[in-house]
Design a protein around this ligand. Sequence first.
Ligand SMILES: *Cc1c(COP(=O)(O)O)cnc(C)c1O
Length: 388
Amino acid sequence: MSQQDILSTKKIATRFIHAGAEPDPSTGAIMTPIYQTSTYVQSAPGVHKGFEYARSQNPTRLALENAMAMIENGKFGLVFGSGVAATDAVIKLLKPGDQVIAANDMYGGTYRLFTKIFEKFGIRFSFVDTTHTANIESALTPNTKLIWIETPTNPLMNITDIAAVSAIAKKAGALLCVDNTFASPYLQNPLDLGADIVMHSSTKYLGGHSDVIQGALVMNDPALREQLYFIQKSCGAVPGPMDCFLVLRGIKTLHVRMKQHCENGAKIAQYLRNHPKVGKVFWCGFEDHHNHDIAKRQMRGFGGMMSFVMKDDSIENANRVLSSTKLFSLAESLGGVESLINHPASMTHASIPREERIKNGLVDGLIRLSVGIEDADDLIDDLAQAIG
Ligand SMILES: *Cc1c(COP(=O)(O)O)cnc(C)c1O
């Protein structure tokens, strides 16, 4: 199937399996080989096959970048050595004095990068609750150059209306970047809703097997692609070809994995909600979730990420549950085939000051689940014995 034919099919399963997968031109290999090389021989000075030096171009990376563009309904993909390296490249579009409006409930590492690294270079960050888009409008200044949102958010599963924020960004002449890690391209495509850049931690659902660290950006505007490519090659946070191969392979099963994550996620969210010892459960698939209507409009399903607090919401009780699961492994990260349990306050979100965290609803007793694709009944049995 030619890449043109694949582009013209709207069916996700076909796209995900064939995206970026041209047979290797030198041998016909159906899987793009791992081009483990640093440089490429030129037949005369400046005469080459489009590849000069592997920080700038690598065929395995190129296949993945094309695949990323295709599965996010974008024109261009760029991949990076990690999700935070991809975020770092976006902020490097800015200069001192520029302002970024960002969500106040997002990945702890993004918050750390913004406040601990980029603030000292004179870039200003305003953190607001983006689930109410009016907060973004009131934070706008003539220097606002970028709006950064995450939806659903990590770990409170808040939903922001991407199309509404995109309209605000366009009016203000600012770029909108959406961290689409939690939804994955299977559940949500922010470019279709007006975003300028989609960012992914490919470490999570895209890789899908907890065996790689990688990040990606997808965009439509060729000028923006040129600027970001320039940053990618100048700053050098590129992934190796082996890692690109792993993510290419992950993408081929993304749709089947996501279907199961959604199915298991729904069962477990319901189970927790009905449990007499469990307090609030945060999952955007509940009909009474405060932004469920928006989630339903902009997502194709609700995924396997959720968090909850016990009715006894002491840190001791949370620790007891966190240390008692057997199938759910206690670990940072998410999006792999195996289920993980995590304590945001001391693990993934420890870099956010406690009072900031609590103000935004991330209490000490909050427990986050990344529901994997094991048998849902086994996962429920495991939670039952851990909750006790
Ligand atoms: C993990 C994660 C990141 C950072 O990605 P890395 O690949 O770990 O650098 C950014 N955003 C979200 C939502 C994440 O879960």
